[in-house]
Design a protein around this ligand. Structure first.
Ligand code: NAP
Length: 275
């Protein structure tokens, strides 16, 4: 029996256990997936995980950078992105990786959303934003603009997009109203289960044709409703969640899954996710 799980803060909303159950069944492996809520006890939870028989775990808000000093090694990709969302445990050693970037790209591709030549506005500059910015920098986008509550973090992400991701067409914005952009991506938790009543981004005065909200619970955030009102096509975070999780299994099981496998899991998960 294998043991996996999710490390985060107040994660009872997570659909990950349900999703991983579907993947375990599809892969014919006996395993469980538990939630490790480390609120106000991050170091203690890490200590417990270290002493446990866990085979691997995912990391979510707000620990994707905080986990790095506790790892024995980190993949080049996760190092470049500066964020770890997947940890492999092998012979007692912890190895960190990032599957958000691949998950985002696969989700866009499965939903027929092309980023090529698009002007993209990322709202937020945390771990998920970094993974998505990395994926975008490899997707032949025209430009990446970043808007975030804390300016220092906005500026740091823009510097990293230029220097670490080697993509020059990027800048920080301190106000997004009136901007000429094609795609807007919300990477903040606003609109999610803990912030249901908060609008992450008002799309009214933006020229966007497409809005991606990486929040998946609830299925319809205020920003997704705002996109509907402004006749902007949109996508919630469910497919990205599924794709980054399948990619985590590629890392844990050291194998590659076919496109058909991704489509099948996404289909099965979409049918039961909100039951
Ligand atoms: P994170 O590293 O903690 O970053 C959070 C970002 O949101 C930061 O830019 C932060 O701004 C901003 N933010 C937080 N609270 C805010 C508020 N009250 N008002 C305005 N901005 C606020 O978290 P993360 O790992 O990037 O995750 C962000 C969200 O994406 C979470 O809800 C997570 O569940 C979701 N997510 C979904 C998927 C998926 O597969 N669908 C994958 C990854 C993450 P500051 O810099 O100012 O603090």
């Amino acid at each position: 029996m294998k043991h996996y799980g999710l490390l985060g803060d107040q994660i009872s909303y997570s659909l990950s256990p349900k999703l991983h159950e579907i993947i375990f069944t599809a892969c014919n492996i006996e395993a469980d997936y538990r939630l490790f809520d480390a609120r106000d006890k991050f170091k203690e939870t890490i200590k417990k995980l270290r002493a446990s028989d866990i085979d691997g775990f995912n990391v979510t808000i707000p620990y994707k950078s905080q986990i790095i000093p506790f790892l024995d090694s980190v993949s080049e990709r996760a190092k470049t992105i500066g964020s770890v969302n997947t940890v492999v445990v092998s012979h007692g050693k912890w190895h960190g990786d990032n599957t958000d970037a691949m998950g985002f790209s696969m989700a866009m591709s499965l939903n027929g959303v092309s980023m090529r030549d698009k002007r993209v506005l990322i709202v937020g500059a945390g771990g998920a934003a970094r993974g998505i910015a990395y994926a975008l920098s490899l997707s032949q986008v025209r430009s990446i603009l970043v808007y975030n509550r804390t300016r220092e973090r906005t500026n740091q992400l823009v510097i990293d997009i230029r220097e670490c991701f080697k993509f020059n067409h990027t800048m920080s914005v301190y106000d997004y109203q009136g901007l000429k952009v094609d795609v807007v991506i919300n990477t903040t938790p606003l609109g999610g289960s803990r912030y249901k009543d908060q609008l992450s981004v008002d799309l009214t005065d933006l020229s966007a044709k497409y809005f991606v909200d990486i929040i998946y619970n609830p299925a319809q955030t205020l920003a997704l409703q705002n996109a509907d009102q402004n006749k902007i096509k949109s996508l919630n975070g469910l497919s990205m969640l599924a794709c980054q999780a399948i990619y985590a299994h590629e890392v844990w099981q050291k194998k590659a899954f076919s496109l058909e496998f991704y489509k099948d899991i996404l289909h099965r998960f979409s049918e039961v996710a909100y039951d």
